[in-house]
Write a protein that binds this ligand. Sequence first.
Ligand SMILES: [Fe+2]
Ligand SMILES: [Fe+2]
Length: 281
Amino acid sequence: MAIRAVYHQGWTLDEVGWEHFQPQAVEPNLLEAIKAAALVEYNAPDYVAYLKRIFRDADPATIEKIERWGAEEAQHGRALGRWAQMADPSFSLEAAFARFRAGYTPAHFEGDAALSVRGSRRAEMIARCVVESGTSSYYSAIRDATDEPVLKEIAGRIAADEYRHYKLFYETLHNQDEPDMSFLRKLWVAAGRVRESDDDELAFAWYCANVPADQEAAQPYNRKLHSRLAAKTGMTIYRRRHIEKLVQMVAKAVGADPHGRLADWGSSLLWRMMQKKAAAA
Ligand SMILES: [Fe+2]
Ligand SMILES: [Fe+2]
């Protein structure tokens, strides 16, 4: 049985074994995906500001947890960006991030509304749980797919953080004194957050990370094309166990039995859809 390292919360970039980097083990598709993921993670401060507005009258401990969460997400961006710069010295995290920032701001990050775009704090927390379920299974899949030792370590560390984030938001969800939502409403919020994954965030991050600035005129941004390219790697690295875990986590967040029939059915359906998309890619 393989023994997997246990990664603690609050790790720093200095703890990563960068010296074990093996350039010949870098897979080009995975490198493209890591560059894009670095930009999305590095953009966390906007999300921190948004969540702090929604929780503005919450206890200081909750605010502190939100800030720590945001700092960890931004560190994910720096860790992935540093790895991508080692794998491809022509890549610059800061330069690609500046282009991403200039072209992408979701509407709900602007202004100072204290209400979640999803209608309530509980709904916002369900949406967060969906995202953390997705990232935790995505980085687990990367950890298991890559043979490059440093990426394997970073992805393992990040996957452990994402799982802790899920637990943080799950607990926060249940600590709200707002009335509970109906099961169908929770499902709707979760499905809505999954649908948002088709928006510009990842597609445009992929574009800024992988199309050099001097190629912009020749290869203009095309949401459909670049979201397909952004999704391509994900479709091929997932294994069935990653999808099962992902669906179990989402099921738990919406109040369904993670080992029940709905979750089983959901993961079979998602797995079949992903295999189809992987074959098409
Ligand atoms: Fe993250
Ligand atoms: Fe996270």
